[in-house]
Write a protein that binds this ligand. Sequence first.
Ligand SMILES: Nc1ncnc2c1ncn2[C@@H]1O[C@H](COP(=O)(O)OP(=O)(O)OP(=O)(O)O)[C@@H](O)[C@H]1O
Ligand SMILES: [Mg+2]
Length: 270
Amino acid sequence: MIGMLATRTSTRLESPPLVSMRGVTKTFANGTTALAGLDLDIRPGEFVSLLGPSGCGKSTALRLIAGLAEVSSGHVEWPLSRSRDPHAEIGFVFQEPTLMPWATAADNVWLPLRLRGVSRREAEPRIADGLARVGLSGFGHAYPRELSGGMKMRVSIARALSVRPKLLLMDEPFAALDEITRFRLNDDLLRLQRELGCTVVFVTHSVYESVYLSNRIIVMAARPGRVVAEIDVDAPHVRDESFRSDPLYAELCRRTSQALHGAMSPDEHL
Ligand SMILES: Nc1ncnc2c1ncn2[C@@H]1O[C@H](COP(=O)(O)OP(=O)(O)OP(=O)(O)O)[C@@H](O)[C@H]1O
Ligand SMILES: [Mg+2]
């Protein structure tokens, strides 16, 4: 599964964004301002990470993009979408695999299609393809309790991809996994992005993970949630194990780490 990852789709900085957030503020009923004046453009083919301390509004930003919550002010626009509902073109992967325990892996992958009225029989090729892409051919009949944490996350990714999303939103998907499994899933995710040509917005707490995966890292600060730095990962698009020991990777991790420290309030350094 691990191997050389070929050149990723190049992203032209001047191309129009797939999704554009302008002056987005989100204040909850209890008065908490989770995001204040967020400006963020995500361009087609990009892999963008949102990195920042707990409470800086990363999950809120993803939920606003997915249409799972509404902005208090500002706009979320889809300049390129011809669909009446751009949210239908989104796949969402949560930190927990959130699989239905009573359903097989295949039935879990079917769920988003089922909700769109696709029968199990019609969905079968998509389900098989999805499971194969995440390396789980032959596990369609397995129940979640029979799968490891990494395998459950793979099912969750296959489920998100079953609708062939243009945009994949991932909220700390690998945080609960051991490092080896996480590295493997990192490589597989880059391969999937290349194969499917989708755009990814990825939330993580890990500087190393963000540098390894991204074209661009958005560093956020809390209280209120806002963008404080943007780092272009100006590295070759080939990302594999050798990139982890590349001096350029170390330098980018150092810069990103510095930006993250700058984003944290003094009490968060304790
Ligand atoms: N439904 C809600 N009602 C009230 N406050 C909320 C709600 N959801 C989030 N918040 C608050 O909004 C802020 C941003 O939360 P959010 O979950 O987006 O942060 P995050 O960056 O994803 O944090 P973490 O890294 O811990 O997941 C926090 O102060 C949080 O307490
Ligand atoms: Mg969160």
